[in-house]
Design a protein around this ligand. Structure first.
Ligand SMILES: Cc1ncc(COP(=O)(O)O)c(C=O)c1O
Length: 412
């Protein structure tokens, strides 16, 4: 939950829920062509497939975002965009309003995505052979972007205690060497759904400052934090954290505009900003950007708090449904309790299936697509990530199919 949501819920709770925005109404997919659905259906040649994989939601974007895009389309000129003051005010206002994080206009740069921003950062702030730490299980791009740059990806796996994941600080200390230059933090964490506490982040900050490691915080899920949970931006911890870190964030995941290709880079430290700009220039990413993505980002951060709160509530409801369904019908499967994101992280390990068998279990037996945990690195084996950013009825139907496949498997 964001601070402004907490404030409103303690005084006059806004009455928004998913029904106000039609989250329970299936999208008409006739004109849609998405990696989440149409790609998977074509890949499997299975029109009955239900898709809970790719990280985006099956909801129409918030009305102010659609209106902003319509205004751009209506103007009919699609040149290189210029960022007006209102763009910066929307972003600065959002982070201040929700997380009491005060950022300044000249700390902000943009790009076409979070991952495309990691590359220039790594190129400029490290040398070939340097080590970069990441915390699996995490999106497979984290180690891939490191190794693609000729750097060494060092895993500091999260540890699971009960149904909750924690950072392993002893392992982190053991893995950090004189060549360790960056820690790629995922906060809130995809796929395990943790929102790191202020204490955990302070401990991480103290460690990284002492060992001369820069923190690059991917906070793309910061607006999808569940009610009752407090998110702290890493750079908002203290000035020492702010000066030793870069924040990568965007409206893409939380406001469901992943195809609009606009992300933010935020750093207080001018040396880190200069390094980033050098990296962008080197890759010819310095000019332009997507005029639609820019307009959507401004609208998302300024005008969509009610939509965002409704999405969080609806997804939290989907999770509660999933949890009780799995407890009742799939007793061998363990559910991690998320504090953010639209993912349920499920442990199917007790079924004893290999990664190929698990894929076949979902796709060929249950006719559903999920993201398998094994490619997400250490700790992912036997797990599946189920995307809850969809209608309740699709969650029900998907789980029903998985339960039938599970019964057939466990009966034999
Ligand atoms: C943690 C995380 N960061 C970033 C991204 C991708 O962001 P972008 O499309 O802006 O590169 C993803 C996509 O799934 C993600 O899970």
């Amino acid at each position: 939950m964001t601070k402004s949501q907490a404030n409103t819920s303690s005084s006059a709770p806004p009455k928004v829920d998913g029904l106000d925005f039609g989250f329970n109404v299936p999208l008409d997919r006739a004109e849609l062509s998405s990696a989440k659905w149409e790609y998977e259906i074509a890949r499997k040649g299975d029109p009955t497939l239900l898709c809970f994989g790719t990280a985006e939601m099956d909801y129409r974007a918030a009305p102010p975002i659609c209106a902003a895009l319509e205004r751009v389309a209506k103007a009919g000129h699609f040149g290189y965009p210029y960022k007006r003051v209102s763009y910066y005010e929307a972003i600065i206002g959002y982070f201040n309003r929700h997380f009491s994080w005060s950022i300044q206009k000249d700390w902000i740069a943009s790009n076409v995505g979070i991952y495309p921003s990691m590359q220039p950062i790594i190129d400029e702030l490290t040398s070939p052979g340097d080590e970069i730490i990441y915390q699996p299980p995490v999106h497979h791009i984290f180690p891939e972007v490191i190794t693609a740059a000729g750097r060494t990806a060092v895993a500091n796996p999260l540890v699971k205690r009960g149904t909750r994941y924690e950072m392993d600080f002893e392992d982190l200390a053991a893995k950090t060497t004189a060549r360790t230059k960056i820690l790629l933090l995922c906060s809130p964490h995809n796929p395990v759904g943790r929102v790191w506490t202020r204490e955990e982040l302070e401990r991480l900050n103290a460690f990284c400052l002492e060992r001369g490691v820069i923190v690059v915080a991917d906070e793309v899920y910061c607006s999808l934090v569940f009610e009752g949970v407090e998110f702290t931006p890493f750079a908002g911890l203290s000035q020492s954290a702010s000066l030793n870190s870069i924040t990568l964030v965007s409206a893409s995941k939380s406001f469901n505009v992943t195809g609009l290709k606009h992300s933010l880079f935020v750093a207080e430290n001018p040396d880190l900003r200069d390094a980033y700009m050098r990296g962008l220039k080197r890759n010819n990413l310095y000019f332009g950007g997507c005029i639609f993505g820019q307009a959507a980002t401004e609208a998302a951060f300024r005008d969509c708090d009610d939509w965002s709160l409704a999405a969080v509530r609806y997804i939290q409801g989907n999770f509660e449904y999933l949890r009780s369904f799995i407890e009742k019908h799939l007793p061998l499967v363990t559910v991690t309790t998320p504090e953010a994101t639209y993912f349920a992280w499920l442990d199917f390990g007790r079924l004893g299936l290999s990664v190929d068998e698990l894929r076949s279990f979902f796709e060929d037996e249950a006719h559903v697509v999920v993201t398998l945990g094994e490619p997400l690195g250490a700790g992912g084996k036997g797990h599946a990530r189920f995307n809850l950013g969809t209608t309740r009825s699709l969650v029900e139907e998907g789980l029903h199919r998985i339960a039938q496949a599970y019964e057939r498997r466990t009966a034999s």
